[in-house]
Ligand binder design. Sequence first.
Ligand code: SF4
Ligand code: SF4
Length: 209
Amino acid sequence: MSEVSGPLAVDTAGRFADEVRRRTGQPIERCYQCAKCASGCLVAEYTDYRPNQILRMVQFGLREQVLRSRAIWVCSSCQACGARCPNGINIAAVMDGLKEMAVAEKLAVPEQGPLFHQMFMDGVRRMGRVHEAAVLARYKLKTHRLMADFGLGLRLFRKGKFPLLGSRIRRQEEIERIFSRALASGEGVTRHEAVLLPGVLAGSHGKGI
Ligand code: SF4
Ligand code: SF4
């Protein structure tokens, strides 16, 4: 976790907050920093900012800090925060909207999460489900961090959580149809899913990913 740092390009006109509100349909202005979302977030300890901090930064118009953050990519959309929010803010939807904006504005930092997202969604597209070993192998080859987390991988393998062979779902062509339709629409099946599509991501981020 960290304090907001770096040059603070504050958008005093509230344009960023308006944009996020419009894009996600969420009443972010209602957030009063009770932090119930953060206390239930399973990935909070792995992020640079907690979900309540992201909401505050959006309210304050810290566009660049938010869109470059790791927090928006580490969010797994588990919805635990939204279920706890006394103001009915769907924070996972806000995070998804921020991912879209980060990609569209070329502010997403590949190593912060977009690269992993792309590999994850590539795997889903190919097989209809994720084959963890294949996703991780590709990710490690791309990032040249072959031995990082080796011990963890070994433990998962021993517990049978890391099968070497993947399997396809039965009607995988339906997944392909969803991807194709989303990509053809230029945005995705829904605004929130668009950013997770590899073609959209690769297209807007160039060859860095
Ligand atoms: S949806 Fe994202 S921010 Fe909310 S609790 Fe889950 S991981 Fe954390
Ligand atoms: S639970 Fe809702 S109101 Fe409380 S800090 Fe999180 S987003 Fe804001």
